[in-house]
Design a binder for this molecule. Sequence first.
Ligand SMILES: *Cc1c(COP(=O)(O)O)cnc(C)c1O
Length: 485
Amino acid sequence: MATHMTPDEFRRHGYAVVDWIADYWSTLDQRPVTSADPPGTVAARLPAGPPEQGEPFDRLLADLDTVIAPGLTHWQHPRFFGYFPANTSGPSVLGDLLSAGLGVQGMLWSTSPACTEVETVVLDWLAELLDLPARFRSTGPGGGVIQDSASSAILIAILAALHRAGGGRWRGHGVERAYRVYTSTQGHSAIEKAVRIAGLGDAGLRTVAVDPETLALDPAALRTAIEADLAAGLVPAAVVATIGTTSTNAIDPIPAIGELCREYGLWLHVDAAYAGSAAVCPELRWSHAGLEYADSYCFDPHKWLLTGFDCDAFWVADRAELVAALTVLPEYLRNAATESGAVLDYRDWQVSLGRRFRALKLWFVLRWYGAEGLRAHIREAVALADRFAAWVRADERFEVVGAHPFALVCFRLRPTGDDDADDVANAELLSRVNATGRAYLTHTRVGGRYTLRLVVGSPYTREEHVAQTWRLIGDTAAALPSRPS
Ligand SMILES: *Cc1c(COP(=O)(O)O)cnc(C)c1O
């Protein structure tokens, strides 16, 4: 017999869960950043099958400490500097909790009007905060929507681009022609995946050369690729340009790419998954120059804008095109509001039908922090990254690799002339630093050479954490075998 949790039980256990999270956040600094346990450790702590009888909630909560926490990578840790940050915050978590408690489905406007309307308005607010081009606002022909991830946003943009490139026939006839999508060699792997899901095959993606210094897409190489494809009877459909590549934060020249897209009639999607958040600061908006050329644009508030995963903000300049590409209207979803044309039905803007009230957490974050608070968060991370880069530069054993316009710094041991030995030494340095559990960094390759990445992003990171990590890196480097000191 089902024993549903009563509202009073929920209240009691809910308070305990909130206490647990608050304790977790306030003790992060004392925990190792990553787990040292070998694969299978967490699974081995779990029973072989599900319980026949329900268990008291206290037992569940206790297992968080003994089973779960030791197997975590603590992404909110003040010394987590890997990948890109995936920061969250109190207002975001509470907004998400409310969304879970409401349990509404926002697939249509009519299935929960507030779910759609808050999302539309909050995305307009966000467009204003980033000073995005007016064409993305819902008050004109464009508009914004929350996707689960930048990967989904890229896929949706490519589908709309195919719809356009096929003169509207893509919907009925699928991929009839040899469509081509362009990105730089530094474009995110999600682009390759999206092209594959869209049915274009790996041959559907053209990776265009970058400037060897800046690693930004070379517009001349893009033109050459488009011309060659046209000459071969292929159909150029879209360009995915990046503001802030994952590897090094390279910034593609959007104005020049936009001109080419206009000239050849290509859809331009701009992927600013990480760096988009920086545009809340006027002094960092130069990175978004040329965005008025974009047909669609996205960034992840779940990376650097204090809103927990999943929250990708995606805008289109012409929502009618997107909806035409994706809409399907079965009888059981017909309703007067949709037929009136006066509402947005977000199911037509994404892959899945169902959608939860994700705008609530974003709304809470924008209201709790205000534009001022968000700008302070970004500025603090950028300032700490600048400080780190200055320490690296001042140490003759190391070098900073390329520019660091935001809060990602790429660096490595100064080259000795023996590339292979340098790669081994840098990989060993990273592995030893991470093995201490006192910090966590990840790596990339720049020009083929192994390079360390440090990204500041956790709201708990202070200068002392960056300084401790820099000391750890320096001490570890000093202990490496066979490095000239
Ligand atoms: C992180 C990242 C993505 C993928 O982000 P998801 O939201 O996890 O899908 C795409 N593009 C860039 C440039 C990224 O940094």
